[in-house]
Design a protein around this ligand. Sequence first.
Ligand SMILES: NC(=O)c1ccc[n+]([C@@H]2O[C@H](COP(=O)([O-])OP(=O)(O)OC[C@H]3O[C@@H](n4cnc5c(N)ncnc54)[C@H](O)[C@@H]3O)[C@@H](O)[C@H]2O)c1
Length: 385
Amino acid sequence: MNVTLLGGGMITHDQLLPSLYQLQRLGRVGAIRICSLSQEALEQLAAAPGLTRAFPGHGFTPLVGTYEGALRDLRPGELVVVALPDHLHFGAVRAAIAGGHHVLCVKPLVLTVEETGVIEREAREAGALVAIEYHKRFDDRSLMARQAYRAGRFGEFKLGTSSLLEKWYYRHSNFQNWFTPDATDAFTYVGCHYVDLVAFITGLTPVEVSLYGLKDRFPNGAEGWLWTDARVVWSNGACLNVQNALGFPDAAPGSNTQGMRLYCSDGERGAWIDHSDQYRGLAWCGVNAAEGQPLYSEPSPDYFQYVDRGGEGLEPVGYGYRSVEFAVARALEIKDLPLERRRELLRGWDEAGILATPANSVYNAAVIEAARRSLAEGGAPVRCR
Ligand SMILES: NC(=O)c1ccc[n+]([C@@H]2O[C@H](COP(=O)([O-])OP(=O)(O)OC[C@H]3O[C@@H](n4cnc5c(N)ncnc54)[C@H](O)[C@@H]3O)[C@@H](O)[C@H]2O)c1
């Protein structure tokens, strides 16, 4: 199965392309093509030192131009990985389905419930896989919490607090061109991860959101909602607070700060789940710093790392890799099956709820939609559709 990656930006460099190269090394995917508006960005990606060191001899076909052009001459039955700015996902995923392909899309799939419904319907009719890349689901701590919660270990979720603040330097990236107030905000960009995890772990559904935001400026002068604080109310009345920003100090340890604490109860005793998703138990301080890194850091061994296992180059490990691997395995599983059998398998995966799909994670779009309205109204509570 050949793969066409739409978007050659940060997430492609950090997670998607190395995961696909590793699957290529294992013989599970064939040729890789990458489409981007910028030739320079594709040249930088092809020559990126981390990738060339880990995957000597691997490469991709660069396609400079729009995603529509990249999909035009593609044979049906391939995998399209969508890693474009959020507001382009709807058009790109639909175009991929219409071309007869399977899709892995970075989160958030789309920004409204209606758009999710359109994709769900079109994918079901075509018997196409549409997987949404919520990689935190493939962190074993999330799978452990889900299993234990669903076995009744914690009673019921009551109150939670979570945060994910990306580093300040994100402001210097291509984000300044698309992270505009009309398109997105810090919660829409990364808050969805913890909303999705709470649903994934507890099986509860978000019903109301209020989102307060602060605007700030990118280096190019563009404004964006760069600091947000969300309050998400759940179907059982529980409440989750989510703080997000592009503002964690560059000099601070780790590549961001993030984590989640859920307080639960069975009515007689309190219970508690605590994820430190930034400090993963590894800290080091060097005599020399890696380029752009502070001397002291707390690298996460869990999300995505390259390790030397004695073979050629380096191997990617972590839940960032496992998440892509899982979705690619599902695409391979169904790609040659007849339509009815594909639909049957897709229904089973919707119900299992491990892989995020339009049918089983539409609440993410409902939350984003309500959050965007709330933000425009200064943080007023808005019901989810
Ligand atoms: N934690 C996560 O799951 C995570 C992390 C980072 C990004 N993301 C998501 O990944 C997506 C991309 O983010 P990024 O940080 O890589 O962005 P980026 O700005 O670094 O890259 C975007 C890429 O899309 C390309 N592009 C833009 N418009 C295009 C068009 N019309 N046709 C073809 N290519 C086009 C650009 O040229 C660029 O290569 C976003 O939806 C973001 O929310 C998810």
